[in-house]
Design a binder for this molecule. Structure first.
Ligand SMILES: *Cc1c(COP(=O)(O)O)cnc(C)c1O
Length: 394
């Protein structure tokens, strides 16, 4: 591609960019999508080439044209200097944290982070001599008071997993970087289409591509993107692990990418419609959706995000466990399951109280997380209305 064409591409809007990025049809006889290259061994034409190690591909663990197509697409979309692929979102979180820590380091983790992130921190990082501390996700610029000379990593996740707190990421990032710490964002909920992580001050951004990138509940994949400052360190840590994603999964993720903007737009519309509808139901105490003006993080969300995805939570009015089970178990269109972001709607009862350490989770009633899929909203509302009726009588 000529430099002029590249410059023009940089100005493309996200919905166009997801259709263009990571494709070079005429490198592949004009076929629209990058082919699947399966490979461990990569041959060198001569001893001199082997010694130079300068050809684009040298060994399967370091990538293939298929995985690199996704990495390059993701870097363009995330506004990153480089991106790497991992076999899951959790592997991406581990890779990012290991890129930014060392023995004796101090790491600050949002108390509202994805629970397996905590398990990685408590089970692995601490074993290698990292001092892990959880902080109130609503701390904002106040994080400066928690910074120590040895603080090397600050992890943010906004909105918080399940509990949906919106963090002041630019303020946290500014304070952390003033101390030389690496700011890691778990950006899975928003994707770079709705929250450009590096533009907002994050050094590393993690995406569980399993969710909205894959979009069809049939694929596990993770991505870590880096700004220019952290790109080399990220790539070196990635190469040391040899834990890349396979080419078939990268190809499926590239297929997901092409419709990601479209799906997110529809899921945002449907989820907001259902969230507003739930807010007016007498059985519901609160709806935790940052695009609702009633959400405490609404102003921050409006300032920093360009949209919402399809995941939000609800606090019901006090109800017995059996009544909540009757509501959830009887739903016909909502599956009960963990990994969201697919085309099918999901619901999950949750309780953060058992693992929070820096803040207290004590809602006034049972909590449910919803992931809205691509079904007709009227059908989803009818299913939920029948469920809420069961809640009352049970
Ligand atoms: C699901 C999820 C992950 C982990 O992704 P997997 O691919 O399932 O390992 C990480 N962070 C968040 C916020 C998630 O929702």
């Amino acid at each position: 591609m000529s430099e002029d064409k590249k410059a023009a591409k940089r100005k493309l809007r996200p919905a166009t960019l997801v259709t263009q990025a990571g494709r070079a049809p005429f490198d592949h006889f004009g076929f629209v999508n990058p082919p699947i290259y399966r490979g461990s061994t990569v041959l060198f034409p001569t001893v001199a080439a082997l010694e130079g190690l300068r050809q684009p591909y040298t060994y399967g663990t370091k990538g293939t044209p298929t995985t690199r197509a996704l990495e390059q697409a993701w870097s363009e979309i995330a506004g990153a200097a480089d991106s790497v692929l991992t076999p899951s979102g959790l592997a991406a979180i581990g890779l990012a944290l290991l890129t930014a820590t060392r023995a004796g380091a101090h790491a600050l983790i949002a108390d509202s982070a994805y629970q397996p992130t905590r398990m990685f921190c408590d089970g692995i990082l601490t074993r290698f001599g990292v001092n892990v501390e959880y902080y109130d996700p609503l701390i904002g610029a106040g994080i400066a008071a928690l910074m120590r000379p040895e603080t090397t990593a600050v992890l943010v996740e906004s909105p918080g997993s399940q509990s949906m707190e919106v963090q002041d990421i630019p303020a946290i990032a500014a304070a952390a970087q003033a101390h030389g710490a690496c700011v890691i964002a778990d950006n899975t909920w928003a994707t770079p289409l709705l929250f450009p992580p590096h533009e907002r001050g994050c050094d590393l951004a993690v995406e569980a591509g399993t969710k909205y990138l894959a979009g069809h509940a049939d694929l596990l994949i993770g991505l870590v993107s880096a700004n220019a400052k952290w790109a080399k360190r990220l790539r070196a840590t990635f190469n040391a692990f040899g834990m890349g994603a396979g080419p078939d999964d990268a190809s499926l993720a590239l297929r997901g990418l092409r419709t990601m903007a479209l799906r997110l737009r529809e899921q945002e519309r449907a989820a907001l419609d259902i969230a507003q509808w739930l807010e007016d139901r007498p059985e519901v105490s609160r709806v935790l959706h940052p695009a609702l003006p009633t959400h405490p993080g609404h102003e921050l969300w409006k300032r920093d995000f360009s949209g919402a995805s399809g995941v939000f939570s609800v606090i019901l009015k006090e109800a017995p466990k059996t009544a909540v089970a009757a509501f959830v178990d009887g739903l016909e269109l909502f599956g009960i399951g963990f990994s969201w972001g697919g085309y099918e709607s999901l619901v999950l009862p949750f309780d953060c109280a058992s693992y929070r350490t820096a803040t207290r989770w004590a809602p006034e009633g049972p909590a449910l997380r919803f992931s809205i899929g691509l079904e007709d909203v009227a059908d989803l509302k009818a299913d939920l209305a029948a469920g809420l009726d069961r809640l009352k009588v049970s």
